[in-house]
Design a protein around this ligand. Structure first.
Ligand SMILES: [Zn+2]
Length: 555
């Protein structure tokens, strides 16, 4: 250790419960040498040359925030397109404001058509959200914008492409085409919808070269890096590694890291069904090889299973009495009765399992599966994690804790969508009790908060996630959804720092400011422990520090 850099701050919240506050943190070689005060670290400062850095003397430092479930490369790709969605979003040239409703989205599409200088070139857009922008788009509506220029609109959660007649012709579909996922009007005519993976792929073929330009993955990650700094995030896990290409995705991450300036540590969590398809019986060997290549900047981690649909698209699996209007929901690629065998090789090898379950029926199946795995080979500290955990019961929270499992919860829906789904999809009881964090806490379960950015409509903003968890204020700004499921500010801040690190098995490296850990901080304009909890989401993020290197939030 040649030289130490000492950051001073108005306040440092270490998230180390034994030594919760400090006023200085000393860093060398990207790691923390000491946390305390200039006086307390004097034994180090007398022995090692040092610089005192007062840049953050008026600010508050905390451990860099962790979003343990994102899809940055995949969704950052769409973020390069023209945006017609409901909330502000990072675009190629900066933040683009949201459009309130369908009329505003149609008006934006008209502008884009008017500005186009080549009528044969499709207008390619993304971000439309039928849930919050007052209903779906369709072919007739888009034909009114233009019946000559092809229009292509990808929904925010990329489950639907909306098209007009010229675009349908470009895709090559006719009224006689028989294919899964083609939407039709009640009279049987094509309505311009292409729904779910297969049909979305079909609709994307003619615009593929524009959506997936050379270097699109790099551009996507660089764009997302800016969003991460602006929201104080220094570590994330991409939960669908291999969806596109194991090598391509790894290489893109490695390239932006090698280029310098990329402000994130990334864990890539491979998607089981792609692992099985690509590597078959060699998949554990592949994971071992990638573990050996892993560094503290880019690492292979665990395995991911997807076992039902999504909350905003109302495709999760619900127990009795089911959906208000009788929908059934979707399961994933692995049949539920084969789940124990599908998870067994990973369980047996000690690979951490992240299992997506949004609805209570899926949570039951997941806990049954974990119980069967435990019976076959009991394990401690396995950190089996249920991802999303949107709709659950109190007894499931207790059983989850009893089985040693953890929950990585998406809390944003409580604010953004739970009122909406009270009378659409899930009904009042399940909508109100979305994201049962209070029950998880009372059950003694470990949990973290995530965004799933950018595959569901919401920001990647851990302080907003914490604000939702603490206040549970619905979108109307008045209704408190299931007040007994609120948690304290301290617990919520742990859930985006040290507890998130634990869920990702990185708590020896990140998540709190302790001697020996990586020097990752978020720089805040206020102390989240001191502000009114109703304003937690408004605590300004000034920037981040990753391994001792500052990154400034832009705008
Ligand atoms: Zn996800």
């Amino acid at each position: 250790m040649d030289r130490v850099r000492v950051f001073t701050a108005a306040q440092i919240r270490t998230m180390d419960p034994g030594r919760p506050t400090a006023s200085a943190v000393a860093v060398a070689d990207g790691r923390i040498v000491s946390v305390g005060s200039l006086e307390s670290m004097d034994p180090w400062l007398r022995r090692v040359d040092h610089d005192i850095d007062d840049t953050y003397a008026q600010q508050v430092l905390m451990p860099g925030l962790i979003d343990p479930h994102t899809h940055l490369r995949m969704s950052g790709t769409y973020m390069g397109l023209e945006y017609v969605g409901p909330i502000p979003c990072q675009g190629p040239a900066g933040v683009v404001q949201g459009l309130d409703d369908r009329d505003a989205a149609l008006a934006r599409l008209s502008e884009l058509v008017a500005a186009s200088d080549d009528p044969s070139r499709p207008i390619i857009t993304w971000g439309y959200d039928p849930g919050t922008q007052a209903g779906h788009l369709d072919r007739d509506m888009l034909d009114q914008i233009s019946d000559t220029v092809p229009i292509w609109v990808l929904s925010y959660a990329p489950h639907i492409v909306y098209t007009n007649t010229p675009m349908i012709e470009l895709i090559g579909v006719t009224e006689d085409t028989v294919a899964h996922g083609l939407g039709r009007y009640p009279d049987g005519r094509l309505n311009g919808w292409f729904i779910e993976t297969g049909a979305v792929g079909m609709a994307t073929a003619p615009v593929r070269a524009d959506v997936y330009r050379p270097g699109f993955g790099i551009e996507a990650l660089e764009r997302q890096g800016k969003v991460a700094v602006r929201n104080g995030i220094t570590t994330t896990a991409d939960m669908i590694w291999g969806f596109d290409s194991f090598e391509g995705e790894w290489d893109d991450h490695q390239q932006v890291i090698d280029g310098g300036g990329f402000p994130l540590r990334v864990l890539l969590v491979p998607f089981d069904s792609r692992l099985v398809r690509k590597f078959g019986d060699d998949r554990l060997e592949f994971l071992r090889t990638m573990s050996e290549r892993s560094t503290d900047r880019l690492a292979a981690h665990g395995v991911k299973f997807v076992n039902d649909g999504s909350y905003p698209s109302m495709t999760l699996k619900l127990n009795f009495p089911g959906y208000l209007d009788g929908e059934e929901g979707l399961t994933g690629e692995v049949p539920w009765n084969e789940m124990v065998e599908a998870m067994w090789p990973y369980w047996d090898a000690g690979v951490q399992i992240h299992s997506h379950a949004n609805g209570d029926e899926t949570v039951d199946m997941t806990l049954d599966t974990l119980a069967a795995l435990q019976l076959r080979k009991p394990r401690f500290d396995h950190r089996f994690t249920i991802e999303h955990y949107c709709i659950s019961r109190v007894d499931q929270c207790r059983r989850l804790a009893a089985l040693g499992a953890m929950a990585s919860v998406n809390p944003y829906f409580v604010h953004y969508r739970s009122l909406l789904h009270s009378d659409s999809g899930f009904g009042p009881d399940r909508a109100e009790a979305t994201a049962r964090l209070g029950s998880l806490e009372r059950a003694g379960a470990m949990f973290t908060l995530h965004s799933d950015y950018n595959l569901v409509v919401g920001p990647m903003a851990p302080l907003t996630a914490a604000w939702v968890a603490v206040n549970r204020l619905a979108a109307d700004g008045e209704t408190v959804m299931a007040p007994g499921e609120r948690i304290s500010v301290d617990r919520a801040l742990r859930a985006i720092t040290t507890d998130a690190a634990h869920v990702l098995r990185r708590d020896h490296e990140v998540g709190s400011l302790e001697v020996g850990k990586l020097a990752d901080f978020v720089v805040l304009g206020d102390d989240p422990y001191e502000v009114d909890p109703a304003g937690l989401h408004r605590v300004p993020v000034v920037g981040t520090v990753l391994g001792g290197e500052p990154h400034e939030a832009d705008g």
